[in-house]
Design a protein around this ligand. Structure first.
Ligand SMILES: [Zn+2]
Ligand SMILES: [Zn+2]
Ligand SMILES: [Zn+2]
Length: 179
């Protein structure tokens, strides 16, 4: 198992305040252990293998609270001093992780983020993406899902990817601006 490196990236507000602080990094780091354990359990249940590269890819995504692209992932999980993993291998691992509902793809960033919630690959979810700190919050309300389902049904459309991406400023960055 590779070491987690929650502080490997440069994030200017890692500190979490009880009230109003940016929680992206903190939330995400706290979810890693349970998320990885869940992925292992789900794979066992489904008779699938969380191969070393799949696991390392998932670990690397849990180690960053911001979406990460395949090339960055290749850099991060390649053995130091060793040969760099081919992006195609990372893409294959990512395909698997997305299919099994361990990871979401954010089309607008061409990047990926770990999902600790056990959402199905075709389930409707929304992401609030902060354009200042790059942190991402994931949410899904029954009302939002109902609205998307109704819209698709009205057009007899069968969705395979239902990720709503909302870009803006997170609470922390808005406060930082105001100060
Ligand atoms: Zn999710
Ligand atoms: Zn922010
Ligand atoms: Zn943040």
């Amino acid at each position: 198992m590779t070491k987690m490196q929650p502080d490997a990236h440069d994030h200017s507000h890692e500190h979490v305040h009880a009230e109003g602080g940016c929680r992206h990094a903190h939330d995400h780091a706290g979810q890693a252990e349970a998320g990885l354990a869940r992925a292992e359990a789900v794979c066992r249940e489904r008779g699938l293998r969380l191969t070393p590269i799949r696991r390392k890819t998932l670990e690397a995504l849990y180690a960053d609270h911001r979406p990460v692209g395949a090339y960055d992932l290749a850099d991060r999980i390649s053995p130091p001093g060793g040969r760099r993993l081919a992006p195609i291998s990372i893409y294959r691992a990512l395909d698997f992780l997305v299919e099994q509902g361990f990871v979401h793809r954010l089309s607008s960033r061409n990047a990926f983020i770990a999902c600790p919630h056990g959402h199905g690959a075709d389930e409707a979810v929304a992401f609030l993406i902060c354009e200042v700190c790059g942190g991402v919050d994931e949410d899904a309300s029954p009302a939002m899902r109902g609205a998307i389902r109704g819209m698709a049904q009205a057009r007899q459309f069968k969705p395979s990817y239902q990720v709503v991406e909302i870009v803006g400023r997170c609470e922390h960055c808005r406060h930082a601006d105001a100060a």
